[in-house]
Design a protein around this ligand. Structure first.
Ligand code: NAP
Ligand code: GLV
Length: 319
């Protein structure tokens, strides 16, 4: 029987059907991640490896698993996997695009609104007993309705965020590797060079994958181009913004605020300097976290694994 190894405890209703055809082993905890060494040891006989986005699946790990045919990642992003190393060994890599698009766009917009209107800061103040009276200028934020949004990475989620922005009567600028002429014509989105987008937007939203090209895409120079009243929202990956440069820009009032669902190191260390700033709204990487979407993502992984192990074609191949 072919073996499947799952690196995090997943719901029985997703995993049980696979047990009828395969020998399935699963890590015991939903919350405690496996260490790299544990993963290497536990997965050594696996034909299929079902990973989460925090698992480091590098060349060394891939080359240590002699039977491996497929790696299926419970995420659309796959920067945690050495895709080239997998490809060289003929290992299929799959991810979960599409099913999480609208859910992640909802969260992106929620974070944008929360950042603009200081929602989490206001709630913290109330719970801390700081609500003494209604104040004319207390906790005032920025208007979203009618503002300009600049989306960097106009893919599936970027477009879904842009559609939501139209509902808020926002002017939509975007920057992408390739132009989206159809979306420009249908929805009136405007393509801009990166620097122009940074200079003209009130809200800048990052939605590219983390790749060698996008790592550090937003650093001191780019933050310096932003309006002093602008906010940056990152739901993509931590490494795309230089976090020290972001801290400096926020503390010297070069930009107004930031909303972050992702960090360079996750979970973000509790002594991270960005967590000390009231104008940073933070979330623990929950972009796709609705019950329906997470179940759909897992179903997609299960079907991909089954297909590859049975020698069939599968959609959603990264390679
Ligand atoms: P997608 O459809 O592949 O969109 C990514 C877009 O980024 C594409 O349009 C791509 O351009 C563009 N891009 C890539 N490299 C670029 C560069 N160097 N400069 C400018 N644009 C570039 O992916 P998606 O499904 O929208 O997901 C996007 C990312 O969001 C994922 O990779 C993941 O990291 C992140 N994400 C986070 C969460 C969360 O929980 N926070 C949830 C889901 C996704 P082309 O059109 O030329 O390919
Ligand atoms: C989440 O971050 C994903 O890439 O799906």
């Amino acid at each position: 029987m072919q073996k499947i190894f799952i690196t995090r405890k997943l719901p029985n209703e997703i995993v049980d059907p696979l047990k009828e055809k395969f020998d399935v082993k699963m890590w015991h905890s939903e919350e405690i991640p496996m260490t790299y060494e544990e993963l290497k040891t536990e997965a050594k006989d696996a034909h299929a490896l079902w990973t989460v986005l925090s698992d480091k699946v590098d060349r060394e790990l891939i080359e240590s698993l002699p039977h491996l045919k497929v790696i299926s990642n419970l995420a659309v992003g796959h920067n945690n996997i050495d895709v080239e190393a997998a490809k060289e060994r003929g290992i299929v890599v799959t991810n979960t695009p599409g099913v999480l698009t609208e859910t992640t766009a909802d969260l992106t917009f929620a974070l944008l609104l929360a950042t603009a209107r200081r929602v989490t800061e206001a709630e913290r103040d109330l719970r801390d007993g700081k609500w003494k009276s209604w104040t004319p200028m207390g906790l005032t934020g920025m208007d979203v309705f009618g503002a300009t949004i600049g989306i960097i990475g106009m893919g599936r989620i970027g477009e879904a965020v842009a559609r939501r922005a139209k509902g808020f009567d926002m002017k939509v600028l975007y920057h992408n590797r390739t132009r989206k002429i159809e979306a420009e014509e249908e929805f009136g989105f405007s393509y801009e060079e990166l620097d122009t987008l940074l200079q003209e937007s009130d809200f800048i939203v990052l939605l590219t994958p983390l790749t060698p090209e996008t790592k550090g895409l937003i650093g001191e120079r780019e933050l310096g181009l932003m309006k002093e009243t602008a906010a940056i929202i990152n739901v993509a990956r931590g490494g795309i913004i230089d976090e020290q440069a972001l801290y400096d820009a926020l503390t010297t009032n070069k930009i107004w605020a930031a909303g972050l669902d992702v960090f360079e190191v996750e979970p973000v260390p509790m002594d991270h300097s960005l967590l000390t700033l009231p104008n940073v709204t933070v979330l623990p990487h929950i972009g796709s976290a609705s019950i329906h979407t997470r179940m759909a993502m897992m179903q997609m992984n299960a079907e991909a694994i089954e297909a590859v192990l049975e020698g069939k074609e599968t959609e959603n191949r990264v390679v």
